[in-house]
Design a protein around this ligand. Sequence first.
Ligand SMILES: C[S@@+](CC[C@H](N)C(=O)[O-])C[C@H]1O[C@@H](n2cnc3c(N)ncnc32)[C@H](O)[C@@H]1O
Length: 280
Amino acid sequence: MLKSPYTRYDQLYIYNFDRVDLEKIDDPDLIGTWIEDDTTILFFHKEKQALVDTICAQTEAKILYQARLDYQDWEAGLDITTFTVPPLTVAPLWEAEQLIVDEESIPIRLDPSVIFGSGFHPTTRLCLQVITDLLTSHPAEIRTMMDMGTGTGLLSISAAKLGVKEVRAYDNNPFACSVAAKNMGLNDCQGQIQVLEADLRKALPETGVDLVVANLYKGLLLDLFQNQDFWKAKYYIISGFIPSMEEELLAALPMDQLKLLERRKSECWRLWLLANSNFQ
Ligand SMILES: C[S@@+](CC[C@H](N)C(=O)[O-])C[C@H]1O[C@@H](n2cnc3c(N)ncnc32)[C@H](O)[C@@H]1O
């Protein structure tokens, strides 16, 4: 996350340790601590070889890999800048102060950090477009939402800004949860959105809401589809898959209970908007 004196991301210094029990790192150049698959990944703004050597010496941790990257390379070569999905205008923090929006626009300030959900991946953008379409066409119908795998929290914030009263935003990555919580605060959405750290694969939360948004990956989507308790919501926005996965995913849907309202695509990515027939 961005902390003073840093106002944007430039270089990323990444260190992946072979364990998850490192002590809390208190360093002014630390961007965040990402725990994944029994390993810890530390992201810094500056080179930290001396600190890393000390950690390894004190804890017997080993470095699995380390890298220096331009932030733009981390973000798949894209320049993270202000963009609009009407009526939303999303500005990264380093452009938010200069942002001028017209009266109809809803501004969102975002610290994208190194977490999925800057708004520049085609699946996030597709989800944003469908959320804005659905919430502007059915405003009274969508009062509650679950964001499964919230990343930066951008989809939850967008929904809250468009009138959704209660959002539960889940992620299993504690660093994503911290970034999402920060972004809720930057947009005064804490009252509408709860950020919850949870592994959706291990325990499925209650899905009796108006809208479930799940921009995930094939394996997890298949697991969720096969769980009857997943199908308690009115609408579903599902993304995170490519055409070669569609047949297998479609076959796992309980189509006696669902209507496929829309299929959208961007580059090689796909999105479905589904409605639960039990509510029609
Ligand atoms: C593709 S990203 C989507 C982020 C954001 N919703 C968006 O659309 O930009 C998927 C997110 O799901 C989270 N995730 C992956 N597996 C998960 C699991 N088992 N339980 C909860 N969250 C998970 C990841 O940490 C990541 O933030």
